[in-house]
Design a protein around this ligand. Structure first.
Ligand code: ADP
Ligand code: MG
Length: 364
């Protein structure tokens, strides 16, 4: 094994998948998963996340390309010989078995002795704080408890890699957020690698070391939550992660990382951050986060515009103010509750808005 494969537990090498021979649902996927990392595949429904995970688990075969696990191609290894734990939303517990029997199942498959099974089941159940439920049946547990058992079953044989496909999708918001932290803490304790699939961007931001954003079978961007939020590489990513204001225009001039953009239907020139090499005349989308726009800001704003308040929505921790400005009637600003302007915003009010060049990405 060379040094390069050592730092990665998984490598997708030009992996393609078509189910029907016509529609390619995963397109030349190249993706390295680092040892010990929590990597999330995030994207809309139908973007190829589950298919990618199923190929890694061994339940689907790539149409072409290779998947390398721990330095070795795995196309000829059946799922139970890949030493990968799986928690899928539709991979339910066995209803006719007790909790203990469910968790012991992967150990039976691997011919672990009865005595060792008992010890390992106990420690896996303790890990998810379900030690006292060994003799219950799944139907006697809440949704969150069942998901903990599924987690114990995936971890009981001490895999170095665990795959999770929308494991919290069926839980209500509060329990889901609680379980997100529990899974994140287990990951930190155990030092395993996790590949996690979700379509929920806040779940991805909460849990991940890195996020791969999928759309239409293609990874649009791979990076840390901060990277992806602060420096989206294209308009799709900017729209998909976080709230976003999009304005359209053409590049007027470029000076290093600063570019000047002339907005459509107006004379206004906006100073923005160029994400890649942009040429004058190129059509671009400006992306500005709602919390980075300031109301009646003076001095340190690179960009200032006149605006009229169209709508004010009180959301507890912040006020969501929609304004018209720069030829758009849909610019959204998040004003922290308790700040100078949060209570002063009313429909029809004339304000000035401002934001800095560094908070405004010009994307192609
Ligand atoms: P995601 O998990 O991102 O929602 P999937 O990987 O499930 O996406 O699906 C990607 C595409 O492949 C979709 O268009 C879906 O309809 C199609 N697809 C998924 N599984 C199958 C299958 N078993 N047979 C045929 N088409 C499938
Ligand atoms: Mg899916």
């Amino acid at each position: 094994m060379n040094q390069h494969t050592h730092s990665h537990i998984v490598r997708f090498d030009a992996v393609e998948k078509t189910y029907d021979g016509i529609n390619v649902v995963v397109k030349r996927l190249n993706l390295d998963i680092r040892k010990g990392e929590f990597l999330t595949m995030l994207g809309p429904s139908g973007s190829g996340k589950t298919t990618s995970l199923m190929m890694l688990a061994g339940f689907e075969m790539p149409t072409s390309g290779a998947i390398i696990l721990d330095g070795k191609p795995i196309e000829n290894l059946p799922p139970h010989r890949r030493n990968i734990g799986v928690v899928f939303q539709n991979y339910a517990l066995f209803p006719n078995m007790t909790v203990g029997e469910n968790v012991a199942f992967p150990l039976q498959m691997r011919n672990v002795s009865k005595a060792d099974q008992k010890d390992q089941v106990r420690s896996a159940l303790d890990m998810v704080q379900m030690g006292q439920f060994t003799n219950r049946r799944p139907a006697q547990l809440s949704g969150g408890q069942q998901q903990r058992i599924a987690l114990a079953r995936a971890l009981v044989f001490k895999p170095s890699l665990v795959l999770m496909d929308e494991p919290l999708g069926a839980l209500d918001k509060q329990l889901r957020e609680h379980m997100q932290l529990e899974i994140k803490h287990l990951h930190e304790q155990l030092g395993i690698s996790i590949v996690y699939v979700t379509h929920d961007q806040s779940e991805a931001l909460t849990m991940s070391d890195r996020i791969a954003i999928f759309n239409d079978g293609i990874v649009q961007q791979l990076g840390s939550p901060t990277d992806i939020y602060e420096n989206p590489s294209n308009p799709f990513v900017a729209r998909f992660i976080g709230d976003n204001n999009a304005l359209f225009g053409k590049v007027h001039s470029v000076q290093g990382a600063v570019c000047h953009v002339r907005l459509d239907g107006g004379e206004q020139v906006v100073r923005a951050k160029a994400s890649s090499s942009l040429r004058p005349g190129a059509r671009i989308t400006l992306s500005i986060r709602p919390e980075r726009i300031h109301i009646d800001a003076k001095g340190d704003n690179d960009n200032v515009a006149a605006a009229v308040v169209e709508e004010v929505i009180y959301l507890g921790d912040h006020v969501r103010v929609r304004v018209s400005a720069l030829g758009s009637n849909d610019i959204v600003i998040k004003v922290p509750n308790g700040s100078l302007h949060s209570s002063a915003m009313t429909k029809g009010k004339k304000v000035s808005i401002g934001w800095s060049q560094a908070d405004c990405s010009a994307l192609q």
